[in-house]
Design a protein around this ligand. Structure first.
Ligand code: G6P
Length: 370
């Protein structure tokens, strides 16, 4: 198994470090980056091709709603990419945790599109939600990382995530590739819109810069190991994010919970003053995601409020130099890069706290019973 881990100590560590390559695998043959010098060619040259969706794109973009359904990390991937779909496609987007959708028997209609996101493609809750949506006549799209999985087979059409086999119970590379995959779906759906052309081109250009940005985030590994050393003895951790990075806060907290077995909560920064602020004191560590995006000014004010309460602040920010800022790229891809330091933090916390990295207690990679 040492060979399978490719020289790494754990699968989770290997999978975190594989992300510059795994996101590229997700885009391979589907995203055409080349820029052409002529203005008229430009439109033709930057393209997204998702073979499994081509004949369904019109149905989806003219439908009533797009509903993303998943569990755990897969749900967070939907949350991270929701705004991209809203902005590029301008169709109402709903998010559903599969179990909750089933508990509510929520209304689903024939002109809805339901996208089922699952690494394994075998999660019982997601599969049952799929059967339910199908019975209501919705178009069902699968977005799984496992070719031939139950969800891939039971959906009408779909997109393979192609992140490669993921072994660690805590999902890492599948998450970043799922966000890329949903982003590609949004790009494909907006292909017919001239009005969205510039926005679409900017996203495609930033997708090209993603592997490099991920490599720079991974280079922070030693710093995160040091930070983990300072936090390993804590009992609780809060993470604040907003906009695209709300998902990053939730996913970072989930990683810390799952593998480091430390209580952690991801919170929407906009809700801070409506409750969570009461928890803030000099001892509780608080991680704030404040990279340069449209939410930056608002996050600076969140930081000021936390400082006024003498919070133990840890801020995730872009480095000062212009090149790194440029590599942060469009806002909608930032969660893909920003989750990396949190994955690394969770990994190092787990080692320091002496827990099982790849098989955390009580959890399974794929939950096939409901
Ligand atoms: C389990 C795993 C999680 C995963 C979730 C959804 O709870 O422990 O890591 O995010 O299932 O799995 P899926 O295969 O549907 O993405």
């Amino acid at each position: 198994s040492q060979i399978m881990k490719g020289g790494y100590d754990h699968f989770m560590q290997k999978e975190i470090h594989e992300q510059p390559e795994s996101v590229l695998q997700t885009m391979r043959g589907r995203v055409k980056f080349e820029r052409s010098s002529s203005e008229t060619d430009r439109y033709r040259e930057r393209r997204i091709k998702l073979g499994g969706l081509t004949e369904w794109l019109d149905t989806i973009r003219t439908g009533r709603r797009i509903i993303f359904v998943g569990c755990g990390t897969s749900y967070h991937a939907c949350l991270a990419a929701r705004q991209t779909v809203e902005e590029l496609v301008e169709v109402p987007v709903a998010l559903e945790l599969a179990s909750d959708l089933l508990d509510r028997r929520a209304p689903i209609f024939r002109d809805d599109t339901c996208v089922f996101v699952s690494q394994s493609g075998e999660t019982a809750d997601t599969l049952q939600a799929l059967e339910y949506a199908k019975s209501r006549g919705a178009l069902c799209v699968g977005l799984t990382n496992t070719v031939g999985s139950s969800i891939a087979r039971a959906t009408h059409c779909g997109v393979h995530v192609n992140a490669g086999c993921e072994v660690g119970v805590a999902s890492t590379k599948a998450y970043t590739s799922q966000v890329v995959a949903v982003t590609m779906v949004a790009l494909a759906l907006s292909e017919d819109s001239i009005a969205k052309r510039d926005a679409r081109d900017a996203v495609i250009d930033s997708l090209g810069a993603l592997p490099g940005a991920l490599r720079r985030a991974l280079a922070l590994d030693p710093e995160l190991a040091r930070l983990a050393g300072r936090l390993a003895g804590e009992t609780s951790l809060l993470l604040f994010g907003r906009g695209y990075n709300y998902a990053t806060a939730l996913e970072g907290a989930l990683k810390v919970k799952e593998v480091a077995l430390m209580h952690s909560e991801g919170l929407l920064a906009g809700e801070m003053k409506h409750g969570p602020l009461a928890l803030v004191d000099e001892s509780l560590p608080v991680i704030v995601l404040a990279t340069r995006d449209a939410m930056h000014a608002k996050m600076l004010s969140v930081i000021a409020q936390l400082r006024a309460r003498r919070a133990r602040l840890i801020v995730v920010a872009c480095e000062g130099d212009a090149e790194v800022e440029e590599a942060c790229g469009v806002d909608c891809l930032q969660p893909i890069v920003n989750v990396v330091p949190l994955q690394l933090l969770a990994y190092h916390l787990t080692l320091l706290r002496g827990h099982n990295v790849d098989q955390p207690r009580n959890l399974a990679k794929s939950v096939t019973v409901s």
